[in-house]
Structure formats: C-alpha cells, structure tokens
Design a protein around this ligand. Structure first.
Ligand code: URA
Length: 209
C-alpha cells in the first residue's frame, strides 16, 4: 500500500488558509500556491540520496555531501498543475518538466489524453506528478497510468488538497505511488468539488470562470 504524507508544517498550513479563503485574489492565490509547492518540494525530496565529494573550503579540504545526480522530472497535469511548477523548480531547478493534458469524455466519463510531452528518458527519472486538487482521483490515476505506459517506474504524487475518495482511488490503482498533500479534506460534494476545499483551482490561478 502506498503511503500518504500530510505535510503539516505550520508555514504550509498558514499559507493554505489564505489559499482557501474566497477573498484571496488571483495574484496572491498564485503566489501562495507557488510558495506552498516550494515548501512541499522540500518534504518530497527528503529521501534523495547523497554522495560524498571532496572540496576545499577557504580553510582546509573537506568532505561534503551533494545530491547523487538523481534525475528528477516534474509532471504537472494541465492546467491547474502549472501553478505549482515554478515553486518546485525553485528548489530543484535542474528537474525536467513534462506536461499531461486530460479531459473527461462526456459519454464514457473516462479521462482522455489530449496533450502529452515528456522528457525522453522518463523511465530513468524520479517523477513527481503535480495537481493541486486530488478530487475523484480520475485524472491522477490516468496521468500516472500514461507515465507507466511510457516506462516510468518511480512516481510520486503531490497535491495541495485531497479528498478521501481521491486518495482511495489512487491507492487502489497505483499502490506503488506515494501521495504528498498539504491537507486531507472532508469529502466531495455532488458537483465533484472538494469540501471545504478552495473552489476551482484552475479558475482561481488564472482568473477565469
Ligand atoms: N478541482 C478543483 O479545482 N477543485 C475541486 O474542488 C475539485 C477538483
């Protein structure tokens, strides 16, 4: 069974409170989502391996630790996932970024891929799929499956807010994918919104309706 990590650092929880508030405008919302994504990236990279190197400080030779050349990839699910990319890149600037766009077929209600551009060596990378809202879990499950179909073997999922239904669905279909969230909310409402949630993350990020 995959693990769920709730990154409940006080700074993250403080910023998330403003993100949830309907009176927070587009610019502040966007900035805060980016900041929380950066703070969450700190947690999600906690298990990166280090290798030792010898350098010279101004005082003497020293053995220091550096990230062991791990290849990372960030995969935002369009469009709301874009709002978290720059925050993650601030901490791991060398990461490659792939994009997956999905829409829901009105007849089958299944997610259909309309855009997919990934780093070529996706099978060698540690991938972080990002989407602010894990609601029904349909998009996340489909995006992770698209990555696995292309050879990806090492995938984590990072979201701001999850509904229990979404977590359950991801765990059911991808029990090798750990999930990182800033909060697990109460439920989904009839329209598929997370309650209490933050509304439509894409609309709030981009100022659309
Ligand atoms: N997508 C959103 O943007 N918000 C929700 O509450 C659920 C899905």
């Amino acid at each position: 069974m995959s693990k769920v990590f709730v990154t409940d650092h006080p700074l993250i929880q403080h910023k998330l409170s403003y993100i949830r508030d309907k009176n927070t405008g587009t610019k502040d919302f966007r900035d805060l989502v980016e900041e929380v994504a950066m703070l969450m990236a700190y947690e999600i990279t906690r298990d990166l391996s280090l290798s030792e190197q010898t350098i010279e400080t101004p005082v003497c030779e020293a053995t220091v630790k550096k990230i062991a050349g791990k290849k990372l990839g960030i995969i935002p699910i369009l469009r709301a996932g874009l709002g978290m990319v720059d925050g993650v890149l601030r901490l791991i600037p060398a990461a490659k970024v792939g994009h997956i766009g999905l829409y829901r077929d009105p007849e089958t209600l299944e997610p259909v891929e309309y855009y997919c551009k990934l780093p070529t060596d996706v099978e060698e990378r540690e991938l972080i799929v990002i989407d602010p809202m894990l609601a029904t879990g349909g998009s996340a499950v489909a995006a992770i499956q698209f990555l696995k179909d292309r050879g990806a073997q090492n995938i984590k999922l990072m979201c701001l807010i999850a509904a229990p239904e979404g977590i359950e669905k991801v765990q059911k279909h991808h029990d090798d994918v750990d999930i990182y969230v800033a909060a697990v909310d109460e439920k989904l409402n009839k329209k598929g919104y997370i309650v209490p949630g933050l509304g439509d993350a894409g609309d709030r990020l981009f100022g659309t309706k």
